[in-house]
Design a binder for this molecule. Sequence first.
Ligand SMILES: Cc1ncc(COP(=O)(O)O)c(C=O)c1O
Length: 367
Amino acid sequence: MGRFNDLVNDAARASGQHAISKSSTSTLPERDASLLRLNANESAYGPSPKAVAAMWAALESSHFYPDDGAAALRERLAQRHAIKPEQILVANGLTALLGVIARTCLRPGLNAVTSACSFISYPMVTSAVGARLVQTPLRDGGYDLDAILAAMDVETRVVFIANPNNPTGTLIDAVAMDRFLERVPAHVIVVLDEAYFDYASYFAVKRGVTYSRSIEYVRSERNVVVLRTFSKAHGLAGLRIGYGMGPAELMAYFAQVQDVFAVSAIAQAAALAALDDEAHIRHAVEENALQAECIGREVAALDYQVIPTWANFLTFDVKQDARDFARKLRQEGVLVRPLTSWGAPTSIRVTLGTVEQNQFLIRALKK
Ligand SMILES: Cc1ncc(COP(=O)(O)O)c(C=O)c1O
């Protein structure tokens, strides 16, 4: 037991320690340029050249603090979604915003509810504030909304729903979500994490499914917070920028809890420019859908069971120890995510890359 065990607060002690690597991240094997990174659901198509130009321009003013309220970006997002700027909070990535939500709404004695096999940050932000996370089992490989409703009690304040879900890649359609929200009690805030919104919207049109009416929930000030990020289709994961949309009063509480100057001026400038580069996003989602189909077919032909995806990754059962499998793929030069820690010890998650990257992956899988 360490010297600080009695000094840190109860929530930090219960959460445990996170080992910070001794080496600089630039020397970690994951950063090795010779390895193909298909383990973090980043965009294979990079940032928009317009966003890169906006970043260079913003660098000149780096001696100024950023606009704490990200007014220009909020204004633009408000126009785009036909909501009020006060209903939007820009954050340094959704992971940070999830922490803000937990710090604002949860505390010891309260709980949050989510599904098993969902986004890794939900347990982290919940335990960091000393609250309890209830995880319901998967149904048909995705979220079981009935089980989530049944798991809520008087101490529940937050429900986290990743739609599409990471790492299963599954979707909850708008009809199921409407029905769910009708039954959520008034003391619970539903966080709809739509990190993969652009990919899912594109798939939904192609597949004739109504994906999400989340912005309508925001317009009618329901107890819903919708999360979107610039880390995925916009290709800005390294900058850390995303946003939440919800009731103005609740967003104002979140703004108070968020760190001052949380979002850099460079990130704000890049996000504004990225939003306008619709051709770049279209290219990313169209290519992604093509690759999902192609690679899905090739992986299935290797006799692995693939879950149809609504996002920029494929999850499949490799019918053997996933960690060993990932280690072998790494020896072939490809990084993928084994899902052992998610309770799926024989499944891996692979980010969809470019045609060339995916062909490299298939060759490695065949070996
Ligand atoms: C469901 C989900 N939510 C949020 C995030 C994190 O988003 P950000 O990069 O904005 O922190 C991810 C990233 O993989 C994700 O899969």
